[in-house]
Design a protein. Structure first.
Length: 337
């Protein structure tokens, strides 16, 4: 890699710092960010002081904090060397993961060994996605290793986003023939028939988060073409009845709003050569009072079955605005009173 680290001997006033040298000054400027805002973010989150001196960064603070900050800076610089951009989210992810070293690699269904060492990168047509928390890393590992995986936790933890990213990665790698994304259209209920337009017009508003995720990973024209060719399907859960989903990557989002019978129906659609991902938030059930959530029942009944992975997220895994995590924690605290 194009950097070196030196820890100078103690100065007379016993001030210690770690020096990192970066040979490409243009990349170093990108690493620091406009008005050194990237450095400021690292300083605030990690309790260190970082000074830019020519092609060096001097890190001050406690020895352990300096070492961790150095790892983060080296990992971010490696991303810049590979042609990737560094933003606030990338910085936050590196800090959360607390990784040392900068070994990288592309992950797909045939390269599970990368779970053992190096970082996980999910390559899509438009961007490369990395898990930003340890729970996200374990979740992505589960998506590749298990034919059926559950992601359970609050909004903003990347459950659906990462599932769609893995689905796109497996599709463009030829591991599956199609992507099927589904959600229960609970809010529409019996009123669906009274909404204007054809069936697509009626259900699309409930599917919009899935379209948003797809458009992050594939060019818009390609998404439209693949939908037209039925290689990508986005449909309400009710439309899955009677089908066998073979050689497909299948995602059921907002699964807490599926009834027990709907969940059983969906799970039994799993066909040969397919992967299925179920995501949901147990605290956001919109089903009528007295109707049990299929997600809760599936969790109770299927735990312990081999090749079914259960992954859980908490407010600490929220990768949206920092306030979202605090809001979730406040509501969780109130529920536990």
């Amino acid at each position: 890699m194009g950097f070196s680290a030196l820890t100078p001997p103690p100065s007379p006033d016993d001030v210690h710092e770690t020096l990192l040298e970066f040979p490409d000054n243009r990349l170093l400027i990108d690493l620091c960010g406009e008005h050194d805002r990237n450095l400021a973010q690292i300083e605030q989150k990690m309790g260190v002081q970082i000074v830019h001196r020519g092609n060096l960064l001097a890190i001050g603070g406690e020895a352990e904090a300096r070492d961790k900050a150095a790892d983060v800076l080296q990992a971010l610089y490696a991303k810049l060397e590979s042609g990737r951009a560094v933003d606030a989210g990338e910085i936050d992810g590196e800090i959360r993961m607390g990784r040392s070293g900068v070994e990288t690699g592309t992950l797909d269904g045939d390269q599970i060994e990368l779970f053992q060492s190096g970082r996980i990168e999910i390559k899509t047509r438009k961007k490369t996605v990395e898990p930003r928390t340890k729970a996200q890393r374990a979740y992505v590992q589960s998506l590749y290793q298990n034919e059926l995986a559950f992601g359970i936790g609050p909004a903003g933890t990347g459950k659906t986003y990462l599932a769609v990213a893995v689905g796109v990665n497996m599709f463009i790698g030829g591991h599956v023939d199609k992507i099927i994304l589904s959600r229960p259209a609970v809010e529409a209920g019996e009123r669906l028939g009274f909404l204007p337009g054809d069936m697509k017009d009626k259900v699309d508003p409930y599917m919009q988060p899935l379209y948003d995720a797809l458009n992050d990973f594939l060019p818009g024209k390609q998404v439209a073409k693949l939908i037209e060719e039925k290689k990508i399907e986005i449909a309400p859960l009710a439309f899955m009845r009677g089908r066998t989903l073979a050689n497909a990557f299948v995602v059921l989002d907002e699964a807490q709003n599926a009834t027990t019978m709907q969940m059983k129906m969906f799970l039994t659609r799993l066909g040969e050569g397919s992967r299925m991902v179920i995501t949901g938030d147990r605290t956001q059930v919109d089903l009528p009072r007295g109707v049990s959530s299929g997600l809760a029942d599936a969790e109770r009944l299927l735990k312990g079955i081999q090749k079914i992975g259960f992954n859980y997220f908490t407010a600490k895994d929220v990768v949206r605005h920092p306030l979202v995590a605090r809001i979730i924690e406040a509501y969780d605290a109130d529920d536990n009173v």
